[in-house]
Design a protein around this ligand. Structure first.
Ligand code: SF4
Length: 293
């Protein structure tokens, strides 16, 4: 079987940075003879989480009850209060918040400091959204309005919480689906005259979608490789389903069981693409199995 890789595949720049800093975190903990932690799962990929767990990195959600050590802040960032609690408890923090995520947090902080209203567009409960909701100024937490869908935006207008002339700054979770973001943006712009969108969904996600759609045109079917809890992987799969080609979502090579291999064995060309937190080793392993069919 011929296997074609998407032109944009594997880690995005923010995830590569987190993986590199995770290695530094482990080294630092060893040098200082301290425990090593990541605050939340390092990335949305269970193979990578296992790799670092095997090296001694424990996943924590908060610092209470843990012996102080070296802790990694992942690419999604964390709420300011959580950062402070680790620092006050004596942890050494290694910060790998993606600069694009940090830009959103800083835009919210500046807007609140200058008395503007703030809106976050994001998936409720997503780590990055939680980080943005936890942005603080010296006055305390920034009271941002969370919008998760077009319906939420319509509700916000109906409630009349913001007036037409309010100065409003909007930031978006970097992996929020672009299509949905665009409809929310169009809608809000028709109601609020002084609304400014400080960030947009990250280009790393949209370029993956574009490349995967191009790939689908040359293939009989497409495999999407990525964590089931990865928003950008889910988004990629959704976008590919629109092409009408069969789409198979797998986390790694272990998901290529006999049933699935039999199902795809009739295809002459398949494409493979991945979310931004899928390691190259997993992509290569999937490719090797499919090429032998
Ligand atoms: S998807 Fe974009 S914003 Fe998110 S970690 Fe990757 S590069 Fe950074």
């Amino acid at each position: 079987m011929k296997v074609v890789r998407s032109k944009v595949i594997g880690y995005c720049f923010g995830v590569s940075n987190t993986i590199e800093k995770a290695g530094l975190c482990i080294e630092k903990a060893r040098e200082e003879n301290l425990p090593c932690y990541s605050i939340g799962q390092i990335i949305h990929n269970k193979d990578v989480v296992k790799h670092f767990t095997d090296l001694g990195m424990k996943v924590t959600e908060w610092c209470e009850g843990f012996e102080p050590g070296v802790a990694l802040i992942r690419a999604h960032g964390i709420p300011d209060r959580l950062r402070r609690s680790y620092q006050e408890a004596g942890f050494i923090l290694i910060d790998s918040t993606c600069p694009i995520v940090a830009k959103g947090a800083s835009a919210l902080r500046k807007a609140a400091q200058s008395g503007k209203k703030t809106i976050i567009i994001g998936v409720n409960g997503h780590a990055e959204t939680i980080g943005l909701q936890g942005v603080e100024t010296s006055e305390g937490p920034v009271d941002s309005q969370l919008i998760c869908s077009l319906e939420d935006a319509q509700e916000l207008v109906k409630e009349g919480k913001f007036s037409e002339s309010d100065e409003i700054v909007v930031v978006v979770q970097t992996t929020f689906p672009e299509k949905e973001f665009n409809s929310i943006r169009r809608y809000l712009k028709t109601y609020f005259k002084n609304i400014r969108f400080s960030t947009t969904p990250c280009g790393a996600t949209s370029s993956r979608i574009r490349a995967a759609k191009e790939l689908a045109e040359q293939c009989d079917a497409v495999f999407v490789i990525g964590g089931r809890n990865s928003e950008n992987t889910k988004d990629l799969a959704r976008a590919l389903e629109e092409t009408g080609k069969p789409v198979y979502c797998i986390e790694n090579q272990k998901d290529l069981d006999n049933d699935l291999l039999e199902k795809v064995s009739g295809f002459s060309t398949v494409g493979i693409c991945s979310g931004s937190s899928t390691p190259t080793s997993v992509i290569r392993a999937v490719e090797d199995i499919l090429e032998k069919l």
